[in-house]
Design a protein around this ligand. Structure first.
Ligand SMILES: O=C[C@H](O)[C@H](O)[C@H](O)COP(=O)(O)O
Length: 228
């Protein structure tokens, strides 16, 4: 699993806090990453105590965790909708997010956007006044050079993400590569998101604009719940 720093206790509190929001009978989107993993485990504990839910995984990792936690799983095409999604983030500014530190943002965005409510779980180190981290952009491998050129014309500096313990690039659950693109401080996330989405060859980018309903910020001694 990718590790992203931040206090383990803060992540656990944030994850567990959102698991308490899950209600009987719901279809729940299961996000990816070290913070969402706490929510998945807590939902698994509730399932063991009798909670009746079905989970929609957003990645290989969240599917494996849900299997271990014995949460019944379904795919999006088997349900009428998703009641609630719980997901992590790499940076949060107001209600805007950068995601994809674990290269899972394409499936995450599909599930998070389909959900009636998206609860985001983070530790305080993820909070910022403005988004300024690099934006992960999942790209069809054959399109990488042309997408890199387009990202540069949009003012970005793309870097092909490579794996620590593998020669060559990170390959996503969808068989694509990831360009981490530096834009500096992002003043207009919605505009940049629309521009990135319009580039042929881009499968999905990690700007999640106006999707979050609640931000659960875990702290050493509790959880702050923010409504964007
Ligand atoms: O691709 C990965 C996801 O977008 C994660 O939700 C995000 O990277 C946050 O992960 P973590 O909670 O491990 O910092």
């Amino acid at each position: 699993m990718k590790t992203s720093g931040g206090s383990a206790a803060a992540k656990r509190r944030a994850g567990e806090s959102t698991a308490d929001a899950v209600e009987d009978g719901q279809v729940v989107g299961l996000g990816t990453g070290s913070t969402a993993a706490h929510a998945i485990r807590a939902i698994g504990d509730a399932v063991a105590d009798g909670l009746d839910v079905r989970g929609v995984p957003t990645s290989f990792q969240s599917r494996q965790l849900a299997i271990e936690a014995e949460i019944p799983l379904v795919e999006l095409d088997e349900v009428d909708g998703v009641d609630l999604a719980i997901d992590g983030a790499d940076q949060v500014a107001g209600g805007q997010l950068i995601k994809g530190g674990g290269a899972a943002h394409a499936r995450e965005k599909i599930v998070d956007a389909a959900a009636d409510r998206l609860l985001v779980v983070v530790d305080p180190g993820k909070l910022a006044d403005r988004l300024d981290r690099s934006v992960p952009v999942e790209v069809l491998p054959a399109a990488r050079p042309v997408v890199e050129d387009r990202l540069a014309t949009l003012g970005g500096e793309p870097t092909l993400r490579s794996a620590e313990r593998k020669d060559g690039p990170v390959v996503t659950d969808n068989g694509n590569v990831v360009l981490d693109c530096e834009f500096g401080a992002i003043d207009a996330p919605a505009d940049l998101a629309a521009e990135l989405s319009s580039v042929p060859g881009v499968v999905e980018h990690g700007l999640f604009v106006n999707l979050a309903d609640e931000i659960h910020v875990g702290r050493e001694d509790g959880v702050d719940v923010r409504t964007p």
